[in-house]
Each structure stands twice: as structure tokens, then as C-alpha cells.
Design a protein around this ligand. Structure first.
Ligand code: SF4
Ligand code: SF4
Length: 419
């Protein structure tokens, strides 16, 4: 039990922080898998250190401002959850803590502007497209800009693919086996709409009817993970209204969105009963595309010839650590004749993308991005596959200087059988 702040003294949305703090036995097994501990090497930048610092802050022994750098450095990758033998759910601590601490925080004007720019552009495809065009102009002078904006300009894509306007409904082909609604995402819609197109083809070919709600928007994960819970709830409520309820699942092809939507139960824990019920009902239907296809029984694409392809599979943290989905993508990929899945070293270490982390912490993200790329390239693969748009963008960015770049695809593109 926390000494000075019993759970009754915390608002309901923050009471869940107590359990992970109490469950931690300070064994340190999580330290080697933590990307910040492994790059910075100090206890305060480890999961165990952060849990202790948050406990001290909630008990009033230190100020939240004293621990801001260590909390900010955390990628929220949840590798510490996978490696913890005591079952400490660190995600149930860091997300509400960030929200709790945000209201007490004094941010600089440039920080405020950066967060405003992130929250008001990335979740809106039209604005994101316009912002990318502007960012391209500033790319050559990115290094001279304040660091809060330099990384934003540097990471902006040099060109964007044509927009795809999805229909609202795609009937199942052959015998119908299910009906789902697809979250097309925000950043993904701008950066790689081909991923959703492949998802629709795979689902319908597998006998699944697909609804693409027209009025859907961002799932709110980006806002949630930087401590802007109110903004995240607003986004979620919009989707509660937009998505039909007579479906088997809400499908996403973005690991970050999937893990965020599965966290709605925590996000709405302090809201009224109606909202909690709605959030729980929505959240319980959320499934990653690989999780769903594995559940219904994936029918691999028919190919005239099976070409041998060695695929290095990159586990997105929000799929592997946050949603515990590791075997389904591998099982689905290897069900296609000719595909061999290769395992890179340090699979559990984040690539440095982590929502907007590579924009907010470009130096650490660069170290992690380069480390990930070198582990993936060391496999000798013909292709790299992963299940998250953020990882795709980060790996692509840090592969750009390679003399012989290895093609990079979303897992669903391989399951589509067109590659
Ligand atoms: S492994 Fe789990 S119990 Fe051990 S220090 Fe890390 S979070 Fe705490
Ligand atoms: S979420 Fe990732 S970065 Fe944060 S403490 Fe856990 S392992 Fe380290």
C-alpha cells in the first residue's frame, strides 16, 4: 500500500496505478529488455527505477517535476511487462501517471507547440498531407530548427502515395464466415493506404464481410500515450458512434491502434457508467488483423508457383508486448508455401518509433532505429515484415543509407499473396 496516498485518495481513473506499484518486487529482471536502460544505463531510466520514482511522487516525497525526464524517456513499449516474472502491468501505471502529471506540468512554449502540432495534424489525414508537404520544404534546414521541430521535418515522408477512397462496404467472397468493421487509421491512411486495401482483399477472400465506417476517425492512441486522456476519450467516443455494433470484431492493421483501443477500459475508468459500458463493449471487439485471421482459420492465397522468400519478422512492441500477439503472424506467414520466417536478435527491443517518440526524442530513437535495422539486416532476409505503420516508417527511415535496401512490407501484404 502506498504510505501517504491510499487508493481512496486518488480519483477513480488513477486508482489503478496502485496495483502495479505494489506488485513490483524490485528484482530487476526487466532491466535488460528495457530500451532506455540498455542505451542510457542508469536505474532511473529503467522500469524498476520509474516504478519507484512514481511511487515516491504519489506519496509526496518528491515532486512530479523532478522525475519528468525519466518518465518522458520511457517509450511505453512494454517490453518490461513481457519480461517481468511477477506480472507487473507497467502499462496500467505509466499511461494514467502521464495523464495525472500532465495537469501539474509547466511546458515550454516550443513543447506546447510541438504537442499541438502532433495532436492536430497526425490524426487528421487531410491536415497530415498538407503538413507533410510543408515539412518537405523545411527538410533541408531541419537541423537548424529547434529540436522540437527539426525531427518532425526530417522524418516527414519525401513523397506520399495516392489517396485511396474506401467504399463503406465490401461483401464476403464465397461462403460468408464473419462480418467485421475495419479501422483504417489516421497516419496509416496517409502514409500507406495500400495496407488497408490488402486487408480488405484478404478478409473478403477469406469469407469475411468488411464494413468501413465513413465517419470513423483516429482511435486516440497517440493522445493517450502522451498523457492527453481527454483528447483520447473524445476520439474514442467519435468511433463508438461511428462503428456498428452488429459485427464480430473491430479490425485494425496498426499494432499501436489495436493496443490503444484495447486500453479503453482503463481510459474510461473514471467516467460515468454508460461510457464505461460503451468503452468495454467496443474494446472487447478489437482485434489485430493477424489475431482475427488466426482465430477464424486463415485460408492462404492460391499461388501458381511458390517462390522461396526469407522474411525477417519484426515484432512491433504494441503487438508483441502490449497485445501478446507473437505466434499468429508467424503461423499465418509460414502457412504460405515458400515463406520462411527469420528471427532477428533482440526481438524484444523497440525500434524507437513508439507513437511520436521518434519526434520527441530523436537522439534515443536514432540509436534504437539503427540498432533494429542492423539486427534485421543481419538475418540475411529477402524481405522485412511487421504489423505496425510506425515501425515501418522508422525502419524505412533508418535503412535509407543502405546500399542494398531490403524491401519492407506490412504482414498483411504478404498474406495477400501479391508479393
Ligand atoms: S521484473 Fe517486474 S517485479 Fe522485477 S523489477 Fe521489473 S517490474 Fe519489478
Ligand atoms: S515501457 Fe519500455 S521504455 Fe518504458 S520502462 Fe518499460 S521497457 Fe523501459
Amino acid at each position: 500500500m502506498l504510505h501517504k496516498i491510499p487508493d481512496t485518495a486518488l480519483a477513480p481513473e488513477y486508482a489503478g496505478m496502485i496495483k502495479p506499484i505494489e506488485a513490483c518486487v524490485h528484482c530487476g529482471f526487466c532491466l535488460p529488455t528495457c530500451p532506455t536502460y540498455s542505451t542510457m544505463g542508469d536505474e532511473m531510466n529503467s522500469p524498476r527505477g520509474r516504478i519507484f520514482l512514481i511511487k515516491e511522487t504519489l506519496e509526496g516525497r518528491i515532486n512530479s517535476s523532478d522525475i519528468e525526464p525519466f518518465i518522458d524517456n520511457c517509450l511505453g513499449c512494454l517490453a518490461c511487462v513481457t519480461s517481468c516474472p511477477s506480472g507487473v502491468e507497467y502499462g496500467e501505471l505509466i499511461t494514467p501517471y502521464r495523464d495525472w502529471a500532465e495537469s501539474k506540468r509547466k511546458r515550454s512554449t516550443t513543447e506546447k507547440l510541438q504537442r499541438f502540432a502532433l495532436l492536430k495534424t497526425i490524426p487528421y489525414p487531410a491536415r497530415f498531407r498538407a503538413a507533410s508537404r510543408i515539412a518537405r520544404i523545411f527538410k533541408p534546414i531541419a537541423r537548424y530548427l529547434p529540436k522540437e521541430f527539426g525531427a518532425m521535418m526530417e522524418l516527414a515522408p519525401t513523397e506520399l502515395p495516392p489517396k485511396i477512397d474506401f467504399k463503406g462496404h465490401y461483401p464476403a467472397l464465397g461462403q460468408q464466415r464473419g462480418r467485421v468493421a475495419l479501422l483504417i487509421g489516421c497516419a496509416q491512411q496517409t502514409l500507406a493506404p495500400r495496407i488497408n486495401a490488402a486487408a480488405i482483399r484478404v478478409l473478403t477472400r477469406n469469407g469475411i464481410e468488411v464494413v468501413v465506417p465513413k465517419s470513423q476517425g483516429c482511435c486516440g492512441s497517440l493522445a493517450m500515450h502522451i498523457g492527453e486522456s481527454q483528447e483520447a476519450r473524445q476520439a474514442a467516443r467519435k468511433n463508438f458512434d461511428a462503428f456498428p455494433t452488429d459485427i464480430d470484431a473491430v479490425i485494425t492493421t496498426a499494432a499501436g491502434c489495436g493496443s490503444g483501443m484495447k486500453e479503453y477500459t482503463h481510459l474510461f475508468s473514471g467516467q460515468d457508467e454508460d461510457q464505461r459500458t460503451q468503452a468495454n463493449a467496443f474494446s472487447s471487439k478489437v482485434m489485430d488483423i493477424c489475431e482475427y485471421l488466426d482465430n477464424v482459420g486463415f485460408i492462404p492465397p492460391k499461388k501458381n508457383e511458390s517462390t522461396a522468400i526469407k522474411v525477417a519478422y519484426h515484432d512491433a512492441c504494441h503487438l508483441a508486448h502490449a497485445q501478446k500477439i507473437r505466434s499468429a503472424p508467424r503461423k499465418l506467414l509460414t502457412s504460405i508455401p515458400g515463406i520462411e520466417v527469420l528471427e532477428p536478435d533482440e526481438w524484444e527491443i523497440c525500434c524507437g518509433s513508439a507513437g511520436s517518440y521518434n519526434i520527441e526524442h530523436p537522439d534515443t530513437a536514432k540509436i534504437l532505429g539503427q540498432r533494429k535495422v542492423s539486427n534485421l539486416y543481419a538475418t540475411g532476409a529477402d524481405l522485412i515484415a511487421t504489423g505496425n505503420i510506425g515501425c515501418l516508417a522508422q525502419i524505412e527511415f533508418h535503412s535509407k543509407d543502405k546500399k542494398a535496401p531490403i524491401p519492407l512490407v506490412h504482414t498483411i501484404e504478404l498474406l495477400d499473396g501479391e508479393i
